[in-house]
Design a protein around this ligand. Structure first.
Ligand code: AHR
Length: 489
């Protein structure tokens, strides 16, 4: 028996819309081809940015976009990406396939993309191979309105008005690809770099430090917690672990479960990270910024292993749904999360092939769950049956609920079973009803059902309505499904 009791008149914690954030790195075909095709491309574009992808992403109400990496960020020298494009030096993307890039997508193009997407920019600055001056000047270039060398440089490149930015990270994975630093070394570097990170328009920057696991986070919070607004941590879902990745499609049923088990592990990771943050920041001033998360499978056969291109199935959709339910529950600490990555890389929203584009099952989950953005999280009791499969034990159901600013109640549900439907009874406490429970359902017949260029709508949401009996919702969820319903009290 599955039971959900929602305290509809309770709840104080806002679910930050930034939990539904995105990440686009110079990696494989994410930026180049996926987002940027250049002004001379036959693919319809606006100032070089492809129209079809922008139009699709806009529907998701993306709250922010993280750029330029990832590991790429600590190799990126922003001055190489400004000025007339034909004069920009090229560069070798050392982390991702060793390809040579022409730097045609730089600061101006990124802010243009953000304004087309109506999303907030989130930039990760270069600590690993950069300098304090380089980072400080980038911020001056972006935000300075008055007269200054970087402001004049920006004007000479055609942009008079400064841009606005709030979210700024000081390095990425500096314990690894961002410089192989020791925890104390990075803590001191963070203190030094952030001193010179200014918003020259007088606004407050939200400065994000690079976290990792327990020991690193402990040192960083102790030595530099008071200088940061956010702590960035990453969590990827694997078939088993980093050394045992599985195929994105054509996998055995056991891998459905081991992957979901790995995805559910993010809650333990959040709790461990939060417990260290709580010790140094009991008032929860510092936000947890999970600025890379999602599934990491083996690359599609025949593709460049450095490009991290993978298919996206109903399994990825369920991973997205249950992850959002977990983030919503931890909204008191988790301020931002960014799926890795937006187009053509890892758990993407969109896959492209030349002029063609397809929306993935994960895209649809982002679309369905957007109702939780900036809504108030509602406390919820969930009694779920368990699945004992492939030597693993996981709950059958995942759920979260919220009340939006217009008073609408939304409940999201995932059925994690690959074979069995789930019946769930939902009771609302503290309010009448519900009179109806209507929304959308994403379900598919096979564990690896997916969309491709020939079959773009194999996995697509359809209207969904749950029964109401005796003032309770009686929802039936097919196996492998994600539903989001509005509960009308
Ligand atoms: O998202 C791919 C890579 O994963 C990022 O560049 C890096 O930060 C992480 O290791």
């Amino acid at each position: 028996m599955n039971l959900i009791v929602i305290d509809a008149d309770q709840g104080t914690q806002k679910i930050s819309r930034h939990i539904y954030g995105h990440f686009a790195e110079h990696l494989g075909r994410c930026i180049y081809e996926g987002l940027w095709v250049g002004e001379d491309s036959p693919i319809p574009n606006t100032r070089g940015i492809r129209n079809d992808v922008v139009e699709a992403l806009k529907k998701l109400r993306m709250p922010n976009l993280r750029w330029p990496g990832g590991c790429f960020a600590d190799t990126y020298h922003w001055k190489d990406g400004i000025g007339p494009r034909e004069g920009r030096p090229d560069m070798v993307n050392i982390h991702w396939g060793g390809t040579t890039e022409n730097n045609h997508f730089g600061t101006h193009e990124f802010f243009d993309l953000c304004s087309m997407l109506e999303t907030e920019p989130y930039i990760c600055g270069n600590v690993g191979s950069g300098t304090v001056r380089e980072m400080a000047e980038w911020l001056e270039y972006i935000t300075m309105a008055g007269s200054s060398p970087m402001q004049r440089l920006r004007e000479s490149n055609g942009r008079t008005e400064p841009w606005d930015i709030k979210y700024w990270a000081v390095g990425n994975e500096n314990w690894g690809c961002g410089g192989n630093m020791a925890p104390l070394q990075y803590a001191y570097e963070f203190r030094r770099y952030q001193t010179y990170c200014r918003h020259f328009g007088g606004k407050q920057l939200y400065k994000i430090a690079c976290g990792q696991l327990d020991d690193w986070n402990e040192v960083l919070m102790r030595e530099a917690g008071r200088f940061m607004d956010g702590l960035s941590v990453h969590y990827y879902t694997f078939m088993q672990d980093w050394d045992h990745k599985g195929a994105a499609t054509g996998f055995p049923q056991a891998e459905w479960y081991s992957t979901l088990k790995s995805a559910l592990g993010i809650e333990d990771f959040i709790n461990r990270t939060a417990s260290i943050m709580d010790r140094y920041d009991p008032a929860k001033r510092v936000g947890m910024i999970i600025d890379e998360w999602g599934t990491w499978h083996k690359v599609e056969p025949g593709t460049n292993p450095g490009f991290l291109y993978q298919q996206n199935t109903i399994r990825d959709a369920v991973v997205a749904g249950l992850s959002f339910d977990i983030f919503n529950r931890h909204a008191d600490r988790v301020h931002m999360a960014n799926i890795a990555q937006t187009v053509n890389v890892l758990q993407a929203m969109i896959l492209t092939e030349g002029p063609k584009m397809v929306l993935t099952p994960t895209y649809h989950v982002f679309d369905m769950y957007k109702v939780h953005q900036d809504a108030t999280h509602l406390p919820l009791y969930l009694q779920s049956e368990r699945i004992e499969e492939a030597g693993l034990s996981i709950p059958k159901l995942s759920a979260s609920a919220s009340r939006d600013s217009g008073g609408k109640l939304h409940l999201s549900l995932c059925n994690l079973s690959a074979t069995d439907k789930a019946s769930v009874e939902v009771e609302l406490r503290g309010t009448a009803g519900p009179k109806s429970a209507e929304g959308r359902l994403l379900a598919a017949p096979k564990t690896d059902s997916h969309n491709d260029f020939a079959h773009p709508s194999e996995v697509a949401p359809r209207p969904y309505e749950a029964r109401i009996e005796g003032g309770r919702v009686l929802a039936e969820l097919p196996p492998m499904s994600v539903a989001v319903v509005e509960l009308e009290p």
